[in-house]
Ligand binder design. Structure first.
Ligand code: ZN
Length: 540
């Protein structure tokens, strides 16, 4: 603490620059200035006292490093000054410095967060060597026997926001999720979120997601990759005998570490709220191999019933924000009513949302706010909160989106969206499962006819808007036309890339035949369209 690094670098005035580590806390004397040039007056007094330290008989007093600080602050319009001392000072040294503690009209003293004090290095003492810190543009000089130098402060490392471990779930779930298995897991996750007492950490949330939910969390890079996304594995049979799939969360690798927690919370929210869409999409993807007409029924169902991209995302954000601001704090107006900040009155509850979030984001995490910069703090909060009104999602960063979601929780108007989205998701899933059963019993010609009838009655009018991070709803694949044209929409043959020699060879998850190149597969089944899954989940 208070270590001074003597750099070889010079300031614009040609004086050496000392790099000084800012302490976390400082013991300060606050006074009201009675005269002009009071920094100079304090400095001269301090230099005289440090000379006395250097002249002390006892090496315990002499042999030390010491920085004294000075700053200007404004408290409710009043101009004040602070003189700062190291938190722990040998009594013999303290006794020498007493004239500084009793400076002018002292109005307060005590132990404060360094960031609250607005202090800068005033004078330094290093085993007898005395330094005065001054204007970096001033020419080299001696002041009262001390060398005039410049000080550069190294800020203390950001204060970590206190995180609590994510409470584990009472049972474990997955890894294969049917609708019913998901529904049980969802209740358990919602209970855990409800019990949160503080924001958790990325490691802790990831542990719950991987260990208790059996969802894999992987990191990936790539320029077009979103911050995160939810993925489905191949359809298989869940423990309850129903069709199900595994779930994965992919996170962008090059994100700021603080954001990983927020993005993971958002993707978990998509799982909790929208998994039936993911499962239905995977079911359609695979069932379309044998009944290609199903795909159009699915698109019609999405176009008719799927909430907008914006609604799905806001819905996920409004759940995710509870992992940042625990639900027990809402509504924050109750917290606000019992909370008063240094003579400024109760804070605006909307600004409290901002306060909760700012420490969890990298751009704002290093800023520690307190009574000194409270005005500035409230100005920023007010501006950002006001900026959320009527802002569309496309123009918002992650922080703004979470702020918007927190404000919606504060207003208590998230239930409408929650109900509407929940209903739509359930309806799309059940109509899709029904369509699969119904078309599955028909021959190709009847399938096409029945599918057309289902589309007519769906009331679809517009194209669906899928959230980018529900990528399972739009599988990344390429369809090649069959070699021999059939009457009806052709059945499909799925292929996934597999290792083998220099040429790209393919394996089919639904065929016994060994892996082969594309031409060989096309020759084997000329009447089928070929679906190439270039980035498939691992085969079951
Ligand atoms: Zn999303």
């Amino acid at each position: 603490v208070g270590t001074i690094e003597y750099a070889v670098r010079a300031d614009p005035g040609g004086k050496p620059v000392d790099v000084i580590d800012a302490p976390r806390r400082l013991w300060i004397c606050v006074y009201s200035p009675d005269r002009e040039n009071d920094r100079e007056v304090v400095m001269n007094t301090a230099l005289g006292l440090l000379a006395a330290v250097s002249d002390a008989r006892s090496p315990r007093v002499r042999d030390r490093e010491l920085t004294l600080w000075w700053g200007e602050i404004v408290d409710q319009g009043e101009q004040l000054r602070v003189i700062g001392f190291p938190q722990r000072l040998l009594y013999a040294v303290h006794k020498i410095l007493v004239p500084l503690v009793e400076f002018d009209s002292r109005i307060n003293f005590g132990d404060y967060e360094f960031a609250d004090t607005g202090a800068m290095p005033l004078v330094g003492y290093d085993y007898g060597r005395i330094v005065a810190y001054g204007d970096p543009f001033a020419a080299p000089a001696d002041i009262g026997g001390a060398q005039l130098r410049s000080a550069e402060m190294r800020a203390p490392s950001p204060i970590a926001v206190r995180r609590h471990p994510m409470p584990g779930l009472t049972t474990t779930f997955g890894p294969v999720y049917s609708l019913e298995g998901w529904s049980d897991a969802r209740s358990s996750v919602l209970d855990a979120i409800y019990d949160l007492t503080a924001a958790s950490s990325f490691a802790s949330l990831r542990r719950m997601i991987t260990t208790d939910l059996g969802i894999t969390v992987t990191q990936r890079s790539g320029p077009e990759f979103a911050l995160g996304r939810l993925t489905a594995g191949w359809l298989t049979e869940a423990a309850d005998g129903d069709p199900g799939c595994t779930v994965g969360i992919e996170l962008r690798r090059d994100m700021a570490p603080e954001l990983r927690y927020v993005v993971l919370a958002h993707e978990l929210a998509h799982f909790v709220l929208h998994f039936p869409l993911l499962l239905a999409a995977q079911l359609v993807e695979q069932a379309s191999w044998e009944m290609p007409a199903l795909e159009n029924v699915w698109h019609a169902a999405l176009a008719a019933t799927l909430p907008t991209y914006e609604e799905l995302e806001r819905n996920a954000d409004q759940l995710a924000v509870n992992l940042l601001i625990p639900p027990r704090y809402f509504p924050l107006r109750q917290v606000s009513a019992v909370h008063s900040v240094g003579g400024y009155g109760p804070p605006d509850p909307h600004h409290l949302v901002w306060h909760f979030l700012q420490g969890l984001f990298p751009n704002t995490a290093e800023q520690s706010y307190s009574w000194v910069n409270w005005d500035e703090h409230e100005r920023r909060a007010a501006a950002q909160v006001a900026g959320q009104l009527d802002e569309d999602l496309g123009g918002q960063g992650l922080y703004d989106r979470m702020l918007g979601a927190g404000l919606a929780n504060e207003r208590g108007d998230t239930a409408g969206l929650q109900t509407a989205v929940g209903k739509a998701v359930a309806q799309i899933a059940s109509s899709t499962f029904d369509a699969v059963t119904e078309l599955g019993g028909l021959g190709p010609a009847d399938q096409a006819q029945r599918a057309a009838a289902l589309i007519r009655t769906s009331g679809a009018s517009t194209a669906p808007h899928l959230p980018r991070d529900l990528s399972g709803l739009a599988a990344s694949r390429e369809i090649l036309a069959p070699q021999r044209q059939a009457d009806h929409p052709p059945k499909r043959l799925p292929l996934v890339p597999t290792r083998g020699g220099r040429r790209l060879i393919w394996r089919s998850p639904v065929r016994e035949e060994p892996a082969a190149d594309l031409a060989t597969w096309q020759a084997r089944e000329p009447e089928r369209a070929i679906v190439l899954y270039r980035e498939p989940p691992p085969l079951p």
